[in-house]
Write a protein that binds this ligand. Structure first.
Ligand code: F6R
Length: 236
């Protein structure tokens, strides 16, 4: 679509339909800037009577080393943008413990937690300019599971806009693997703006290739990409 506002409404409609069918659906949250207007639209709908409070919430990834209260931790983002505005009990969340003493054990516990929820009904996704999904950087195995990863210089640079200084951006993260993401029952990919066009073209038209982690979504049974004209400019 020409403008992202109509795409946000369509994506919100898709989520609203799921919530109406299953108020306790498991929603996988992506952090980052792109989905923020979607979360705001759903918050506005909650204000008009859509009950989101019974949803189960999980997410894609988390920085290693930031405490949950840190303003740039993904647990903080989710508390602020999802749990509080949607009225969700934190007991109904499964989020990676980025500040655990043993991050590898935290990765395994996160994956177990998703399994105990019964899997993800709807995974929201963004795409990095280098084609990453979650923190699966180029070269990640297509069957990878939740694990500890090193962030690339590009990703740290892109995310430094949220921090005061580049050296404050963590060097490692916990991320769902590509294999984990492909097990979600439905996925919504949001990409807006020319900065995403090259990655979007490779995701849609390129081969399924670990060099472009998002290309694995070609193998997802039920994935919808919501693209504005600028982000779609390079794809067929
Ligand atoms: C966030 C995440 C990332 C972002 C991607 C795009 O949980 O997993 O893969 O979706 O980096 O970020 P934005 O939307 O800020 O351009």
């Amino acid at each position: 679509a020409e403008d992202s506002a109509s795409l946000i409404c369509q994506a919100a409609d898709q989520i609203e339909a799921l919530v109406s069918a299953n108020p306790e659906a498991v929603i996988g949250i992506a952090t980052g800037s792109t989905p923020e207007p979607l979360y705001a639209e759903l918050t506005a709908r909650a204000g008009r009577g859509l009950d989101l409070s019974w949803l189960r919430i999980t997410c894609l990834d988390e920085y290693i080393g930031l405490p949950a209260q840190h303003p740039q931790s993904y647990r903080h983002y989710i508390a602020e943008q999802i749990l509080t505005p949607w009225g969700i009990d934190p007991a109904h969340t499964v989020l990676p413990e980025g500040d655990a003493a043993d991050p590898h054990a935290a990765a395994a516990a996160f994956e177990d937690g998703i399994r105990r929820l019964g899997g993800v009904d709807m995974q929201i996704l963004g795409i990095g300019p280098n084609g990453h999904i979650a923190f699966n950087e180029p070269g990640s195995a297509l069957d990878s599971r939740t694990r500890v990863v090193e962030l690339t210089a590009d990703t740290r640079q892109a995310n430094s806009r949220f921090f005061e200084r580049l050296d404050e951006v963590p060097r490692q993260a916990l991320t769902q693997g590509i294999g984990t993401i492909l097990e979600s029952r439905a996925a919504i990919m949001l990409a807006f703006g020319a900065g995403k066009a090259e990655a979007v073209a490779a995701m849609i038209d390129g081969p399924v290739d670990p060099a472009v982690p998002a290309s694995a979504l070609q193998r997802h049974p039920n994935a919808t990409a919501y693209l504005d004209t600028a982000a779609a400019a390079g794809s067929s």
